[in-house]
Design a protein around this ligand. Structure first.
Ligand SMILES: Nc1ncnc2c1ncn2[C@@H]1O[C@H](COP(=O)(O)OP(=O)(O)O)[C@@H](O)[C@H]1O
Ligand SMILES: O=P(O)(O)OC[C@H]1O[C@H](OP(=O)(O)OP(=O)(O)O)[C@H](O)[C@@H]1O
Length: 191
């Protein structure tokens, strides 16, 4: 059987990378997809492959990505190797733009979406504390926070306003109960 493609989405600063790292640390059967981003690796954040915009476009033209998008002034790509891992039966956590969920859904038979949320003031405080973007960029990220979920994408809303460990435990419980095949509900889970 193929693995599960588990998309983790939500506004910048909500905790996607933190939650994904915690999930992978707690469960070694979960892999983290390594994204290619046209952002200098020196800016920090998740473990990603930082490339120039030119190199990103070349890779994209060469078919290196199963999914790619542009947001926050950067290009993001999910490499073909992720599809291979899923085909080999691995469950893979992928930090995605909400905008590409329909394309992702079309690619994977076992597909599910975790939508993380937190109140606006919590997002603002976390982005400020993370100290990676300047004030203007933080404002732009906050303005995109309510980007609408595309229609027809089943997803679990998980609140990450509370302790990270609680969010991770809630998602682990959810993942233990879903095969991520057809019929996933839109039930809200608020720890
Ligand atoms: N549940 C939480 N409680 C407190 N701080 C959190 C929590 N989740 C994430 N953070 C912090 O918020 C900041 C943004 O988290 P990050 O994982 O980088 O978000 P995203 O990947 O969604 O942009 C980081 O500094 C992280 O340590
Ligand atoms: O279309 P949206 O759903 O709003 O998503 C846009 C981008 O924001 C998120 O990035 P993230 O917050 O991980 O950006 P960063 O890695 O630059 O912090 C997400 O992974 C997308 O790359």
């Amino acid at each position: 059987m193929t693995g599960r493609f588990i998309a983790v989405v939500g506004p910048s600063g909500v905790g996607k990378d933190s939650v994904m790292e915690g999930l992978a640390a707690a469960d070694p059967t979960l892999c983290l997809a390594r994204r290619v981003i046209s952002r200098p690796a020196t800016l920090g954040g998740e473990a990603f492959d930082g490339v120039s915009e030119r190199a990103f476009r070349k890779a994209e033209d060469d078919g290196a990505f199963i999914l790619s998008w542009h947001a926050h002034g950067w290009h993001y790509g999910i490499p073909q190797s992720v599809a291979l891992e899923v085909a080999q039966g691995r469950d893979v956590l992928v930090n995605l733009s909400r905008a590409v969920l329909p394309q992702a859904q079309a690619l994977f038979a076992r597909f599910c979406v975790i939508l993380l949320r937190a109140d606006h003031d919590i997002l603002a405080a976390r982005l400020t504390a993370r100290n990676r973007e300047d004030a203007a960029e933080i404002e732009r990220r906050l303005a995109r926070a309510d980007f609408a979920m595309p229609l027809g994408i089943p997803h679990q809303v998980i609140d990450n306003s509370g302790p990270l460990a609680q969010t991770i435990a809630t998602i682990r419980q959810h993942l233990s109960q879903t095969a991520c095949d057809a019929g996933q509900s839109n039930q809200k889970i608020m720890p």
